[in-house]
Design a protein around this ligand. Structure first.
Ligand code: F6P
Length: 327
């Protein structure tokens, strides 16, 4: 592969606030060094369909503050097949695209590794997912905004919980990870946080909540990560409602769901996304391939894509200790 003159950029998987800021950085950095940039719509699905659009500095004006992704996103089933990937490689070749920047989460980077092994098109990933579950970066694009959104909602739930002396089970996103739950649990002053990284014994959960509600706390908030092995907030509520001891405890479930994926990115996410977008183009130009750019201890770091999704990023046990100590 000679000197790269034209690159493609796409957003893939679950959207995350800050993806647009990252896209803007990729496009503007590329333009500044004389690269041609093509936007690939709807992630890998658009690659398979040759859904490409030429981009320049103007095409990314006025998007740094916007949630979602102007290139749209998708979870492509067809890209998981060799036939789908062959179609994608064909369209990239036809368009003269010699390098790729992928903005997305674990599924995106897993797809990128397979594609690179097969077609050797240089590819650099940018970590974009609210879940923060990627090894190789302290924070992913969208995580900070999602935590802030969840905290704002928990504050509101706290008002109504207090007014009615109620117990609220608040479910936050995190399919396999408890980063959002842990952070918004601490910031929102939750009485208990349940995450997939730690096993929750339902009898102990019941006992803890019962003790809380019948002693100092007349209202309580329990934050549950959607991926918690208990089955989530609705499942826990069913277990509690079936127990006679909870007969007089007024409880409600609130699932924050996709509210956490939308909205304007926080300042922190915009800055992170801008740094990573520029770093991704730098990495491509420096000849790196099949890596993800991340920020570790405030420094740009490259990690092989395979490690990003095959290695488990650890939660902070210090934060976990805080949730227990401060509740
Ligand atoms: O992108 C991550 C995530 O928001 C997870 O937290 C959640 O489990 C999943 O995506 C939901 O995906 P979808 O919007 O495709 O249902």
């Amino acid at each position: 592969m000679g000197v790269i003159q034209k690159i493609g950029v796409f957003t893939s998987g679950g959207d995350a606030p800050g993806m647009n800021a990252c896209l803007r950085a990729v496009v503007r950095k590329s333009v500044s060094v004389g690269l041609d940039v093509v936007g690939i719509r709807r992630g890998y699905q658009g690659m398979i369909e040759g859904d490409f659009v030429d981009m320049d500095s103007k095409s990314v004006s006025n998007i740094v503050q916007k949630g979602g992704t102007i290139l749209k996103s998708a979870r492509s089933k067809a890209f998981r097949t060799p036939e789908g990937r062959a179609l994608a490689a064909g369209y990239l070749k036809q368009a003269g695209i010699q390098g790729l920047v992928a903005i997305g989460g674990d599924g995106t980077l897993a797809g990128a590794s397979v594609f690179y092994d097969e077609y050797k098109i240089p590819l650099v990933g940018c970590p974009g997912t609210i879940d923060n579950d990627l090894f190789g970066t302290d924070e992913t694009i969208g995580f900070d905004t999602a935590v802030n959104t969840a905290i704002q909602n928990i504050d509101k739930i706290r008002d109504t919980a207090d007014a009615h002396d109620r117990l609220f089970l608040v479910e936050v996103m995190g399919r396999d990870a408890g980063f959002i739950a842990l952070n918004c649990g601490i910031g929102g002053g939750a009485e208990m946080v349940l995450i997939p990284e730690t096993l929750s014994d339902l009898d102990e959960v019941k006992h803890h909540i019962y003790t809380l509600m019948s002693s100092q706390h007349r209202s309580s908030i329990v934050v549950v990560a959607e991926g918690d092995e208990t089955g989530g907030a609705t499942q826990i509520a069913n277990v509690l409602r079936a127990d006679a001891a909870f007969e007089n405890i007024d409880l409600r479930v609130c699932i924050l769901g996709h509210t956490q994926r939308g909205g304007a990115p926080s300042a922190r996410d915009r800055v992170l996304a801008s740094r990573l977008g520029v770093a991704a183009v730098d990495a491509l130009l420096a000849g790196h391939s099949n890596v993800m750019v991340g920020i570790v201890n405030n420094e740009i770091k490259l990690t092989p894509s395979r490690n990003v999704w095959s290695r488990k990023k650890s939660i902070s046990y210090e934060l976990l200790g805080l949730t227990q100590m401060l509740s």
